[in-house]
Design a protein around this ligand. Sequence first.
Ligand code: ATP
Ligand code: MG
Length: 453
Amino acid sequence: MRLSRYFLPVLKEDPKEAQIVSHRLMLRAGMIKQQAAGIYSWLPLGYKVLKRIERIVHEEQGRAGHIPLLMPTLQPADLWRESGRYDDYGEEMLRVRDRHKRDLLYGPTNEEMITDIFRSHVNSYKDLPLTLYHVQWKFRDEIRPRFGVMRGREFLMKDGYNFDLTRDAALHAYNRHLVSYLRTYERMGLQAIPMRADGGPIGGDYTHEFLVLADTGESEVFYDSQITDLTFGDRQIDYDSVEQCQAVLEEFTSRYARTDETHDEAVFAQVPEERRRTARGIEVGQIFYFGTKYSEAMGATVVGPDGARVPVEMGSHGIGVSRLLGAIIEASHDDRGIIWPEGVTPFHVGIVNLKQGDNSTDSACDAIYAELQARGMDPLYDDRDDRAGAKFATMDLIGLPWRITVGPRGLAANKVELTSRRTGETEEMSPKDAIARLEQIYAPVLGLTVQDK
Ligand code: ATP
Ligand code: MG
């Protein structure tokens, strides 16, 4: 993309309404615009990152064998009357009435609807196991929407639902989700720690939340510092293997890590004092096993191996897709702006032309731009006639992890500068070498994208 043709409405001043850094930077970098309390337009740069995150979510769900579909945002109230949640959900549910006076609601989650789909089409245990998921907008009329996309009213969520014959099979699905979530967050450059949590309105007592540690997080968390040494890395896992998934769950949940809802001082006291940590965290996902809570209420049964009908065992699993943008920025920024991890950056590299209008720099930038694109990378070329300082400030603000700077003096010696946004380190090299280096850096990221189904 050429910046002169893009739509990047960056703000010079800090917006007053933003209380936390991610909200401030998203507004300043022209990523979002608030339309009503907790309701945002996603401007091109924000939309791009949102799509990158969504894509990682899809790829990792696909890898785990989970199947995407798409349910609507509006749901009939009658489904929720069956589960009893139409009344229970309270004021957080946005209720709507259509012209025929039928009650609808803007879905805050989809347990009822997916259970309805299941009962309409699945009849036999032979069709299990089954995990269906979608990435769809949700609405929760939060009492205090704040912190930008972090606590919105309309927000994008991945929510998945497993259907299994037995409790053991459903617990395997739970473990499989835990593994796939660990991979998902790591690909976004995040450490998200599974912590024992509380079921809330979804129900069930077998549940973990995934928390990104950040001072601005809304949850108070208590953990054994050893847990922050764990990484999933690039280990290969067979998602069908009960043992392998169970082993990962045990590895990542055996140390003390809980949110304030389940925190137990007596158990925490058994962690050696020097490893006890109290901090704040951002909830970026949650997994639940709740057994037959919805299937019994809504008559979702299958014919079992012995011919008798049994209610299906279920769980649900959510990732806060839009909240993740805020969480990533909270975890990765500096005084000058955002620092995107390579896995989610909106553009892979920024190109800054120090002397726009100069034949040699213009044609060098054009060539670099074309070559990067030819190799599957997505560059942002600042081709505007502006001061170098202003161009650098914009690149730093929007947080592209790499920048190629092209000036007439360097170019005379066939040199450009390659700068890391994270470390600030700059290296001089030929345009060819800079492109090769970037290709190497992005190979893992682009390789994964290529495999996308
Ligand atoms: P919270 O405790 O933050 O209100 P929740 O536990 O009610 O969230 P879940 O039902 O577990 O939310 O939803 C799955 C994920 O969706 C959460 O882990 C979170 O990342 C995200 N999410 C929930 N509410 C919001 C919101 N108002 N704005 C943005 N993301 C949200
Ligand atoms: Mg939750």
